[in-house]
Every structure is written in C-alpha cells, then in structure tokens.
Ligand binder design. Structure first.
Ligand SMILES: C[S@@+](CC[C@H](N)C(=O)[O-])C[C@H]1O[C@@H](n2cnc3c(N)ncnc32)[C@H](O)[C@@H]1O
Length: 229
C-alpha cells in the first residue's frame, strides 16, 4: 500500500479533536521552539525553565545507553536533552511539520544517527523495540483522563519491565496555567487541569509508582515506574 494512502487513511480515522490539534501544530511548528522567548507569543512561560527542571529529574534516572521513546516528541526538545547523556532515541508525533523541525535541528549533528522519528498517534503506539525510558511531555494537558489512560496503556505495551517514565500534567496551583488554558481555548483546544491528588490517584490506578515529582514552569513533572517491575 503506498505510504501516502496509508497516512491519509490514518488521518481520516483520527478523531476530530486530535485532527484539530494536529492541524494547529502543523501550522505553528516553525515557531514552536521560540515561544516563551518572545513577547506576545502563545506560550506563557519560558520552555527553558521546564527543560532545566526536566534535567533534574533525569539525574535520578539510571540510563546506560538504553532505548528512549518520546511520545508526542514535537520538535524533540526533551528527547535531545536525554540523548546528550547517551542512548538511542525514538519519537512519534501526529504532526509532520513538528517532526520536520526536529529533523532539521539534528541534521549533520552527532545525534542524527541516534534518533528515529515517525508520524504516529499516542493512542496507537507500534514499535518492535522495547524501551528503558519513555517520555511524554506536553501531551496530557490536552486530553482528559480517559484518553490519557489509553496513551499510558500503549506506552506500557512497549516498555521494558523496569522502564521508567517521565510525564507531565498542568500545575493547578500556578496562575499562569489558567492563562495558558484561556489561550488554548481561544483556538479550540481544551487544557485539563486536575487537582494534584487526582493526578496521583490516577497514576497509581494505572499501575505506576511515583518515584519523584516536581514543579516545572506551568507543569508538574513526574518520574514513574511500573508497580510490578
Ligand atoms: C505542547 S507540544 C509538546 C511537544 C514536546 N513534547 C515538547 O514538550 O516540546 C504537543 C505535541 O503533541 C502532539 N500531539 C497532539 N496529540 C497527539 C496524539 N494524539 N498523538 C501524538 N502526538 C500528539 C502535537 O503534534 C505536538 O507536537
């Protein structure tokens, strides 16, 4: 089957809301990395703050040249941070243009041969590889717990037994989170803001132990491990 036909079918089968998110990220992909550094742009907090915090969580992860999967990798900001420490990276995202920006960023660098990215929906993760670390940053903001549950189930399917996970959810206690929600609503997206205790109980119900958690910009980041590992 020609790839373009397969991709078109996948697009048609995607639900309306996911298509909407995809179309938005296709449009803004080229500007995504500079958000937060310029006034009047869409972001409400500099992404660099979240990256600094993310590295603090990474310090707690034992990574010996493992395989890392980044779900909704976007322009690869977080995957690249991990790969600076070693390992081989895999990524999926529904937006072709976000992936193109990522590919441009790593072109001719030492990372080019260590990153494999493809277009894909977090609700349907298919990899033959099994992963040591799975990231999912900036995706759960947009989906309710029922959908996040499906994403996590898909991640678990491709996780090694002792895989660790880094995920984030919007931080209910930051006023900027509500500014972000308003901005996203103005373009037809929802941002789901849960109470901290609801997030913890949700993650535990999905079979995770919470190894660490920390504030990062308008998000709370979590380091997780499967309970039965
Ligand atoms: C806020 S960006 C986060 C990108 C990157 N993880 C980061 O933190 O810089 C959200 C990303 O999720 C992607 N996305 C939205 N829904 C998705 C889905 N169902 N499956 C895979 N990617 C999705 C978008 O295309 C976009 O690249």
């Amino acid at each position: 089957m020609p790839t373009i036909y397969k991709q078109e079918r996948k697009y048609l089968l995607m639900d309306y809301y996911t298509k909407k998110l995809k179309d938005w990220y296709e449009q803004i992909a080229e500007r995504y990395d500079s958000w937060g550094t310029r006034d009047g742009e869409f972001s409400v907090a500099p992404i660099s703050e979240e990256v600094i915090q993310f590295n603090k969580l990474l310090d707690k992860v034992k990574l010996s040249d493992g395989k890392i999967l980044d779900v909704a990798t976007g322009t690869g900001t977080y995957l690249i941070e991990v790969l600076k420490r070693g390992g081989v990276g895999y990524g999926i995202d529904i937006s072709k243009n976000m992936i193109s920006v990522l590919k441009k960023k790593i072109k001719n660098s030492h990372l080019e041969s260590r990153i494999n990215v493809k277009i894909g929906n977090a609700a349907e993760i298919t990899f033959k590889e099994r992963f040591d670390l799975i990231l999912c940053i900036g995706l759960f903001d947009y989906y309710d717990f029922d959908e996040v549950k499906v994403f996590l189930q898909n991640m678990k399917k491709v996780a090694k037994k002792d895989c660790q996970f880094i995920v984030d959810f919007p931080n209910k206690n930051k006023k900027e989170t509500y500014t972000f929600q308003e901005k996203e609503r103005s373009v037809g997206h929802e941002v789901f803001i849960h109470k901290p205790e609801e997030i913890l109980s949700f993650l535990k119900k999905q079979g995770f132990n919470i190894l660490a958690q920390q504030e990062a910009g308008i998000e709370t980041q979590f380091l997780l491990k499967l309970k039965d590992s």
